[in-house]
Design a protein around this ligand. Structure first.
Ligand code: PEP
Length: 263
C-alpha cells in the first residue's frame, strides 16, 4: 500500500459528440463499478474521477451516483459571476455536483494560449470552494525534453501555478499534480515507468523547495500520457507515481475500468 491514496482520472476532452453517446458510456461505467468494485470507500482503493464536457456533467453526476466515481470539469473561469459571456464559475461546478476541476491541461496551454498566471487565478478561485479539488497539469514538450529542460519547465509551471497557495491547502489534498509530458499525450508514446518516476521526483523536489519535504511528500502526483490498461500497473509500481490521468482510454468503459483495476 502506498503512502498516498492512488487517484485515477478520465479526461474525455471534446468527446463524445452526442449526449446519447455520453449517457451510454456513463451507464456502462456505472455498471462496471457497481458490479464488483468498492471505489472511494476506503483509503486502499483508488479514488476515481471523470471529466466529461460541460453539457454532460449533470448526466454524469446523476448516473454515477452511488458508484464512487466523482465528476469534474475540464476547465473553469477565474470569475464568480456577472458579465463574462461564455464563462463558467467554480461555484457553478460545485452546485452542479462536481468535486474536481482540471486546470492547465497542455491542450489549454498550447491551443488556447493559457498562461501560468491565468491558471493560477483559476486555481485560487477554485480553492475558494471548500468542496472542490484541483488537478493541476504540468509537463514539458518533446523539444524541451530533448534539450534537458524537463526539470526547469515543470519547476516553473509548479511555482507559477501554485503561487500564493498556502501549504495547508496542499497538506489537505486540495491540489493534485498531473505530470503529463506533451510528447506522450495522445501519441501512443507512453513514458517508461523510469521516465515517469524521474519526472515525479523532480516535481516533488520543486514542491520541497517551494514549501518543505512534508508538503512535497503529501501531494499526490499522477502520470498522464497515452496510459492504457497494459501500462498502468508498471507505472503505478513506481514509488512516486500516485495515479493516472487518462485521455483516449477513458472513452471506453472497460478500458477505463481495467486501468482502475491496475491502479
Ligand atoms: C490527457 O489528455 O490528459 C491524456 C493523457 O490523453 P491520452 O491518455 O489520450 O494521451
Amino acid at each position: 500500500i502506498k503512502p498516498r491514496r492512488p487517484i485515477v482520472a478520465g479526461n474525455w476532452k471534446l468527446n463524445p459528440s452526442t449526449r446519447a453517446e455520453a449517457i451510454t458510456l456513463l451507464k456502462l461505467l456505472a455498471a462496471n463499478f457497481l458490479n464488483n468494485r468498492n471505489t472511494n470507500q476506503s483509503a486502499d482503493t483508488p479514488e476515481t474521477v471523470i471529466f466529461p464536457p460541460l453539457p454532460y456533467l449533470s448526466d454524469a453526476v446523476e448516473i454515477l451516483e452511488g458508484t464512487g466515481i466523482q465528476v469534474g470539469a475540464q476547465d473553469v473561469g477565474p470569475n464568480e459571476k456577472g458579465a463574462f459571456t461564455g464563462e463558467v464559475a467554480p461555484s457553478m461546478l460545485v452546485s452542479a455536483g462536481c468535486s474536481y476541476v482540471l486546470l492547465g491541461h497542455s491542450e489549454r496551454r498550447t491551443l488556447f494560449g493559457e498562461t501560468d498566471e491565468e491558471i493560477n487565478a483559476k486555481l485560487h478561485k477554485s480553492l475558494e470552494q471548500p468542496s472542490l479539488k484541483v488537478i493541476l497539469c504540468v509537463g514539458e514538450t518533446l523539444q524541451e525534453y530533448e534539450n534537458g529542460l524537463l526539470e526547469s519547465v515543470v519547476d516553473s509551471q509548479i511555482r507559477k501555478g501554485l503561487d500564493g497557495v498556502d501549504p495547508a491547502v496542499l497538506m489537505n489534498d486540495r491540489v493534485i499534480i498531473a505530470y503529463e509530458p506533451v510528447w506522450a499525450i495522445g501519441t501512443g508514446l507512453v513514458a517508461t515507468p523510469a521516465q515517469a518516476q524521474h519526472a515525479h521526483v523532480a516535481i516533488r523536489n520543486s514542491l520541497a523547495n517551494m514549501y518543505d519535504t512534508e508538503v512535497a511528500g503529501s501531494v499526490r502526483i499522477q502520470y498522464g500520457g497515452s496510459v492504457t490498461a497494459d501500462s498502468t500497473e508498471e507505472l503505478m509500481g513506481e514509488n512516486d507515481v500516485d495515479g493516472a490521468l487518462v485521455g483516449g482510454a477513458s472513452l471506453n468503459a472497460d478500458s477505463f475500468t481495467r486501468i482502475y483495476d491496475g491502479a
